[in-house]
Design a protein around this ligand. Structure first.
Ligand code: NBX
Length: 818
């Protein structure tokens, strides 16, 4: 493989092999002969980490000693994916690794596969955080990712015999984690509970319990930058090894209870991604990592003093709040400055305001976090006081600006009703310097709808930064074949650092030889995915069918239902003889999705998809023309295999609901064509790749709004479209539930009476576009030309570009000098 510009490492393959042997011997206590593949993985990771150590230390020193403001990316989730290949690539050690490991008698890919994927995120938001810290390091911007080292990540998904989702714990730390370094000496105390008392005219918090936050540090190596940043994930531990009082009463098991409670805080990632659960433990998690991280930043940037000049804090670091999850950090910084360091309110406010910025990732009102004031008061009484004062100051400010009473009421951070709540998005918007959406359309809708009052009063705060994805993981690592072809086509591999260079591929879309090579790469990727699916899932996929993929969390607004209903309608056409099965373009429909464990309709949709798959598979009338494949436990590893193999990408959410989407970017960059609505970043992808190279369908945001206003009646669409009616009837009549009409009754009833996301209204348009898709697919040369144009024109969607936009528009900082 070509590695033209990755940093040339001084390490030879032989030296690498020696170091692996040493690590095996001195850290793991095995000889190379005794070593298992997993031992070699751990040893290799140890060597890579050691090799990065100097750059890591230098980056930290340059950050602390220089005058470049750092970025603190505060996020409850970092969905990193496996680390080894990424670290090797960024350290420029891939060829040496391959040779060394082979020389030791092991298969390099098996060594890489031995890593257990950490699932410390739900979906797009967590993966975005991981892409962003990769880009920050690659651009040489000093940065910390701050989050939680959950003991259990996102659940492992299984399907039972009825096709229902089962959730199993994801005990990802059951084996050694060679990447994380636990730093007991740099722990932080995080207090909870108790009350606030008046002492010498000051409000003093007397907490009733505390948790020890211990940092686990992960290196974040930049690609070809020589820089290595830090991802610092906090682990919760107890201070109370034994509650002696209880112990003396010889209630031994009760004595460890406080310890268990403390350690619960970092125990599990909440698996709900769009609906709020409002659980006490979740607020504890949020405060736990926000507080520990802010204290940590003070420790890092003001070393060797207990009297830091925090008026300069905002020049040292800027905190980006990844959604509302870390927003409790705002009153926390206020409290630290006022209570712990004796600053006055106005000084603390100025610093806090300058330090924080907020990114919103949703448009669903139910996903905007609110916390009952009573809960905050119980857990963080001093913070509630501070929030009350912020709210008061806010109201005065609004009055001074001439806001109406109504408007002020709508905007309250702390509501004034019987059960007051704190609206975290409002707190972040008022207190922070900037608020941004994650795609043009989303940012516009934030201003016009979701945060309209705020944008009226504070228009300058509102920014857009369109999301992006890292080309290192999602092109180079995921798609080595395409990467080689790109490098060949461009004559350089610099595109990995400057993705705009992909534009140079556009003329090659007219070169039939290049197009054929591109098609061959896609085909090989499909074969590879089929092999993987056979091995991992026992599935039989035909690489000569169109690979049509929908991967994302299962949610009504994303409309997996639209796709499954279209598949069912096609099946019904075959059964009724309306279409001749020979005329059907063979497609393999691939789904990957987890549903929140308590999300009833989402789980039922999974069950339906699995059972449609079964029925279709076993029906000789289908003649293998259509197949559904739903690999369980979709994760980053599966994504890296599946995205390069996909030809058609489904981005079919109801317009105005998907904030951005990021798989859409990964697909375009890997040469899939998109069928999609004008939603999220689809809009910008279509603008860039060209309307001719994108399958657009469905209602626009304005049409959706109008329809809500008019009163939407889904049953009209059911009655009007015989294909839709046939499909829904099939679900209702037990075709996919062994004749049982009850199994999907709630889903059917929702479609016919509610259908909040207007799946039925968009059904005909979605069906009509399928004919265009099939027609183009029949001309493989044309299809692949368009696919190449998707690759060539998607360079904008590099997370390097997103980070540069954050630097220019929000953070106002820069790379460290080389
Ligand atoms: O964030 C997602 C959006 O739905 C996508 O449109 C967007 O591309 C992506 C990155 O900006 N949001 C998301 O993934 N949210 C969560 O995972 C989530 C997790 C916990 C929670 C609320 C939302 N309490």
């Amino acid at each position: 493989m070509t590695e033209l510009t990755a940093p040339k490492s001084p390490l030879t393959a032989n030296e690498f092999a020696d170091e692996i042997r040493q690590a095996l011997k001195y850290t793991q206590g095995v000889t190379p002969e005794q070593a298992k593949t997993a031992d070699v993985y751990v040893a290799t990771a140890t060597v890579v980490r050691r090799h990065l150590m100097d750059s890591w230390m230098k980056t930290q020193q340059d950050m602390i000693n220089g005058d470049t403001k750092a970025v603190g990316y505060l996020s409850a989730e970092f969905l990193m994916g496996k680390q080894l290949r990424n670290a090797l690539l960024n350290a420029g050690l891939t060829p040496q690794f391959e040779e060394a490991v082979r020389g030791l008698g092991f298969d390099p890919q098996a060594v890489v596969d031995a890593e257990y994927e950490p699932g410390l995120g739900n979906g797009g938001l967590g993966r975005l955080a991981a892409c962003f810290i990769d880009s920050l390091a690659s651009l040489g911007v000093p940065a910390f990712g701050y989050g939680i080292q959950y003991k259990y990540g996102i659940f492992r998904q299984e399907f039972d015999d009825e096709g229902r989702q089962i959730e199993r714990p994801d005990y990802w730390l059951s084996n050694e984690d060679p990447w994380g370094h636990i730093d007991y000496e740099r722990d932080q105390r995080v207090n909870f509970g108790g009350k606030v008392v008046e002492e010498n005219g000051k409000r003093v918090w007397k907490p009733s319990w505390a948790v020890r936050a211990i940092p686990v540090d992960y290196m974040v190596p930049g690609y070809a930058s020589g820089r290595v940043n830090t991802l610092r994930l906090w682990q919760a531990r107890s201070y109370d090894e034994f509650d002696l009082l209880t112990f003396n009463k010889s209630e031994y098991l009760d004595a460890v209870k406080p310890q268990v409670k403390a350690e619960d805080i970092s125990k599990v990632l909440y698996p709900e991604d769009s609906t709020e659960v409002g659980k006490e433990l979740r607020l504890e998690q949020q405060y736990f990592f926000a507080s520990a991280s802010i204290h940590d930043a003070i420790r890092v940037f003001y070393p060797d003093t207990d009297k830091p000049d925090l008026t300069t804090f905002a020049d040292k670091i800027t905190f980006q709040l990844n959604d509302t999850h870390p927003v409790i950090g705002i009153p926390e910084l206020m409290r630290i400055m006022i209570d712990e360091y004796g600053y006055d309110w106005d000084t603390a406010w100025e610093v806090t305001h300058k330090t924080f910025n907020y990114t919103c990732h949703t448009l669903l009102p139910e996903a905007l976090e609110v916390w009952p004031a009573s809960l905050i008061g119980k857990l963080l009484p001093r913070h509630l006081e501070i929030i009350e004062r912020i709210n008061k100051q806010f109201v005065s400010e609004l009055e001074a600006k001439g806001a109406s009473e109504d408007q002020i009421k709508r905007m309250l951070i702390l509501t004034d009703d019987e059960h007051p709540v704190v609206r975290m998005a409002y707190l972040a918007t008022y207190a922070g310097s900037n608020v941004n959406g994650v795609a043009e359309l989303h940012s516009q809708l934030l201003k016009d709808v979701t945060l309209r009052d705020f944008s009226d009063v504070y228009p300058a705060k509102f920014k857009n930064v369109t999301n992006g994805v890292t080309p290192r993981r999602f092109i180079k690592l995921a798609n080595p074949r395409l990467s080689e072809l790109i490098t060949e086509g461009l004559g350089t591999d610099k595109w990995l650092e400057d993705l705009d260079l992909l534009e140079g591929l556009a003329p090659l879309a007219q070169d039939d030889e290049f197009v054929k090579k591109f098609a061959a790469v896609k085909h090989e990727n499909k074969v590879a995915f089929a092999d993987f699916s056979k091995q991992r899932y026992g599935a039989e996929l035909d690489a000569n069918t169109m690979f049509d993929t929908m991967i994302k969390r299962l949610h009504e607004y994303k409309r997996q239902a639209l796709k499954i209903l279209e598949i069912i309608a096609t099946y019904s056409d075959i059964k009724s003889g309306k279409v001749n099965v020979q005329d059907i373009t063979p497609r393999t429909y691939i789904f990957g999705a987890k549903a929140a464990p308590g999300y009833y309709l989402a789980k039922m949709t999974i069950q339906l998809i699995n059972n449609v798959a079964k029925v279709i598979d076993n029906d000789p009338d289908v003649n293998g023309k259509i197949k559904i494949f739903f690999p369980w436990n979709y994760n980053i590893e599966v994504a890296q295999m599946l995205i390069p193999a996909t030809e058609l990408d489904e981005q079919i959410s109801q317009a105005g609901k998907e904030a951005s989407g990021t798989s859409n970017m990964k697909f375009a960059l890997n040469g899939a064509l998109t069928v999609g609505t004008l939603d999220g970043a689809n809009v910008e992808i279509r603008e860039r790749v060209g309307a001719d190279n994108f399958f657009l369908f469905g209602m626009t945001v304005d049409e959706v709004e109008k329809m809500y206003e008019q009163g939407y009646d889904p049953s009209k669409y059911y009655e009007a479209d015989p294909r839709l009616k046939a499909a829904i009837d099939m679900v209702a009549d037990g075709t996919f539930s062994n004749g049982d009409r009850n199994t999907y009754a709630p889903l059917v009833s929702d479609w016919l009476t509610k259908d909040w996301f207007m799946t039925l209204a968009d059904f005909s348009a979605y069906h009509d576009i399928q004919a265009d898709i099939d027609a183009l697919y029949a001309d493989q040369l044309e299809w692949n030309r368009k696919a190449i144009l998707n690759v060539a024109n998607s360079g904008y969607f590099s997370s390097d570009r997103s980070i540069k936009d954050y630097l220019d528009r929000i953070w106002h900082t820069r790379s460290l000098d080389k």
